[in-house]
Design a protein around this ligand. Structure first.
Ligand SMILES: [Zn+2]
Length: 283
């Protein structure tokens, strides 16, 4: 498998020894090691007053028993807050809200923290792309790559604009969609809408709900009701194209890993899902 265009998640920044966490000067102390994680955004898109503005790496400390408490707290899990609390906890610099981080940057921290805590072996269920049989597979998280969001191939994409948005030419309608990157806040908002719809027994609309969050204009039209109407009635071809383009634009980790199917023997690569096995292995 060629990796020549694939950047490694683990940062090439020098190993840390001088910047370890300060300790109480009591008798029994263990210095928690820290490490730098490369941000897929490379600090672009953060406003000048954000601590991550133009920061290519962020320093995290390795997970401790305290962090496991966070992950096993039922009340936090219920609110879906455990993951955010974990990120907040491992960040050495706590001068910003985790919700203000780009989704891909949060993911990079999660994968690196997982590797420190439980190792790179990630055993979980996945669906074989060839025969659709579910199977358990051992994925190697050390092979997770980085997508900086600037390789769009042949797609009709331009940007960033002055607002940090991107323009995507839609093939069927010929219209231009302007998209923005989502932060933790936006992600939470999407989750809330999806949860609300579930509560009210409305049909689930994960695709359009997310699209409504990241599309900021279509052919210059910015009025929300018009945009929502357009998104709901968008030709399937355009919707698919927009999704593919958006995934290329968003700086993120690349969780596409090799998978071998026990059923049909096909060797393929697939987008590895984040399941409970990610932070709760073998429980
Ligand atoms: Zn198969």
């Amino acid at each position: 498998m060629s990796r020549k265009n694939k950047d490694r998640l683990r940062s090439s920044a020098p190993p840390v020894s001088a910047t370890m966490q300060s300790q109480e000067s009591s008798g029994l102390s263990y210095v928690v090691p820290t490490e730098f994680v490369e941000l897929p955004s490379r600090g672009r898109y953060y406003s000048e007053d954000h601590p991550l503005h133009n920061k290519e790496v962020v320093e995290i400390r390795h997970m401790t028993a305290k962090d496991e408490d966070i992950l096993t707290s039922r009340s936090l899990l219920k609110k879906g807050l455990a993951i955010d609390r974990l990120i907040q906890s491992v960040l050495v610099e706590k001068t910003f809200d985790v919700d203000s981080m780009l989704v891909g940057d949060k993911n990079a921290i999660l994968v690196q923290s997982r590797i420190h805590a439980y190792g790179a072996d990630y055993q979980t269920q996945a669906l074989c792309p060839a025969c659709s049989t579910p199977g358990s597979n051992n994925f190697d998280l050390d092979d997770v790559g980085l997508n900086y969001g600037d390789d769009w191939g042949e797609l009709n994409v331009s940007g960033p604009t002055e607002q940090g948005t991107y323009l995507v030419g839609l093939p069927k309608s010929g219209l231009t969609a302007e998209v923005r990157l989502l932060t933790g806040y936006d992600e939470k908002h999407v989750m809330k809408i999806i949860e609300n719809r579930r509560k009210h027994k409305l049909s689930e609309t994960p695709v359009t709900t997310q699209m409504k969050q990241f599309v900021v204009s279509v052919d210059g039209h910015t009025e929300r009701s018009q945009l929502n109407n357009f998104i709901e009635n968008m030709p399937t071809l355009d919707a698919q194209y927009l999704r593919v383009a958006y995934n290329k634009i968003v700086p993120n980790i690349d969780m596409t890993l090799p998978y071998s199917c026990a059923e049909c023997g096909t060797e393929s690569r697939l987008e590895v899902p984040f399941t409970a096995d990610f932070f709760w292995p073998n429980r």
